[in-house]
Write a protein that binds this ligand. Structure first.
Ligand SMILES: [Zn+2]
Length: 179
């Protein structure tokens, strides 16, 4: 199971208050964000160059790494964790997640947040399930579904994105059961 798991509580108990509150201001400024082996990586431009922040979410307790050379639990690693909580869709997942390994609602929640809507839609196509079926079970008009797909491709999360992903998971699962 390689979905990176993180809660706000974990961040609060691990990071000094100052790092977290200063980190708040840097949420959304990371680039090249990835999840690898359940850990978070991201780059951010600072006053003295580019910082490579890592948050080892697969370890207990949480640890970080950053080349700002202040502390491993610096504002950058704090901000990276906050970015993952607030905007998980900017992180590309380098791990191959096997859906059969999703064990509970937390796993599913992170899987859904991390996987682009386009990937779900492609799987639907591979299974030869029409988008109209998706419209039927969600009662969301096709036009709105297409708009949501376009928005998430442009990196704009749409209010319908997660609902559509869950509905597609449902369609894929029921299709697998029938096969
Ligand atoms: Zn740092």
């Amino acid at each position: 199971m390689n979905v990176a798991k993180l809660t706000e509580d974990q961040l609060r108990t691990t990071f000094p208050f100052e790092a977290l509150s200063r980190g708040e201001g840097s949420v959304g400024q990371f680039y090249d964000c990835i999840v690898k082996n359940g850990d978070l990586y991201g780059k951010i431009k600072g006053n003295h160059g580019v910082y490579n922040a890592v948050l080892y979410t697969s370890r207990t307790p949480l640890t970080g790494e950053c080349n700002c050379k202040t502390t491993d639990l610096c504002k950058h690693t704090a901000a990276l964790g906050l970015s993952y909580l607030y905007t998980p869709w900017v992180f590309k997942c380098e791990d191959n997640i096997d859906r059969a390994n999703l064990k509970n609602i937390d796993d599913i929640q992170f899987y859904v947040a991390m996987t682009p809507l386009r990937q779900f839609v492609n799987e639907l196509k591979e299974q030869k399930i029409a988008l109209s079926k998706l419209a039927e079970i969600t009662r969301i008009p096709l036009q709105q579904i297409s708009a949501a797909i376009r928005d998430s491709e442009n990196g704009t999360p749409h209010t319908l994105t997660d609902i559509l992903k869950l509905a597609i998971l449902y369609l894929l699962d029921s299709n697998a059961l029938r096969a």
